[in-house]
Design a binder for this molecule. Structure first.
Ligand SMILES: [Zn+2]
Length: 115
């Protein structure tokens, strides 16, 4: 068998880097479930691509029984199936916090009851 070299290029337009991350969201219609891929990106394109995926996910129209979870970031690894990929929660958190328009505002209410 020929040597299988698994290289994936970044899906961002005009970017020729190798992709290291997969942005994907779990989707289900109540019968089947799958990972819906938003993009395969390099480190440089990740913040912008992740932000866009959050926007797309929020704007996505769903049927009543459909579930589409917020997108996550997965480490792209050769030979691994979608459901075996390591999810990078810390990275997601960090990018959500640096995003100029976070989808979930985490504003803390000033404590004025202290008297
Ligand atoms: Zn890129």
């Amino acid at each position: 068998m020929a040597k299988f070299s698994y290289t994936v290029s970044c899906t961002t337009r005009n970017c020729l880097n190798r992709a290291h991350y997969k942005i994907a969201a779990r989707w289900s219609d109540g019968v089947t479930a799958e990972l819906k891929t938003y993009g395969l990106v390099c480190e440089k394109c990740l913040p912008a691509a992740f932000e866009e995926s959050l926007r797309k996910q929020a704007a996505c129209r769903r049927a009543p029984k459909e579930i589409l979870e917020p997108p996550g970031i997965y480490r792209l690894e050769p030979g691994r199936g979608d459901l075996e990929l390591e999810r990078l929660f810390e990275l997601e958190e960090r990018l959500r916090q640096t995003s100029p328009s976070p989808p979930i505002p985490t504003e803390t209410v000033p404590d004025r009851d202290e008297a």
